[in-house]
Write a protein that binds this ligand. Sequence first.
Ligand SMILES: CC(C)(COP(=O)(O)OP(=O)(O)OC[C@H]1O[C@@H](n2cnc3c(N)ncnc32)[C@H](O)[C@@H]1OP(=O)(O)O)[C@@H](O)C(=O)NCCC(=O)NCCS
Length: 180
Amino acid sequence: MRTRKAILPDAKDIHELICAYSGDGTLLPRTLPEICENVRDFVVLEDEDKIIGCGALHLYGTHLAEIRSITVAPWAQGKGGGGKLVKALLAEAKRHRVDCICLFTRKPDFFVGQGFSVAQREDLPDKIYKDCHACPRFHCCDEVAMVRGDLPKFAILPEPANWVQLQGWSPNVEEQTTSR
Ligand SMILES: CC(C)(COP(=O)(O)OP(=O)(O)OC[C@H]1O[C@@H](n2cnc3c(N)ncnc32)[C@H](O)[C@@H]1OP(=O)(O)O)[C@@H](O)C(=O)NCCC(=O)NCCS
């Protein structure tokens, strides 16, 4: 079993691996075009030339990267493949001199074993601005935020347009208009 950087012909296998766990919400669904576009983020796990696992590292900047879409085929789990994928993605983060690696998961125990610890979602504003703000489960998120490394001290992405409303506060535009 070994890991390597993904190439475009791997996209179909990666898509199938992710689909197997996106139906129940374990993984975020990724379309085939999206995987092709971001294939350079992916590492695959191979056994006898067959792809049996994958994982991706999304780069925000040297302050933050995120492990996403990490999975091993059900029949190949429990043999060290998941650990190999995390190790390869951490090596990629190190190559890019990233200070903090984050992820959101419903399997925190696996990632504790890989050196991650639980964080607050609010510690990772870039993740909120990129994905969470558009998620229907924003106010009832059941995923655990986890990090390895130094928490980011800033966000590189701008606040999304719906940010003020999402936080439960919105300026009374009507009052402002009528009082003029
Ligand atoms: C999570 C997943 C990637 C782990 O892959 P794997 O190949 O089974 O993991 P490994 O065999 O490398 O396990 C490494 C260690 O983690 C432990 N581990 C594996 N899955 C675990 C889990 N769900 N909870 C707690 N510990 C777990 C193993 O016991 C092993 O411990 P050890 O080093 O002390 O022996 C795999 O179960 C999977 O694809 N799950 C479905 C998709 C998913 O949940 N992805 C993560 C969502 S963010």
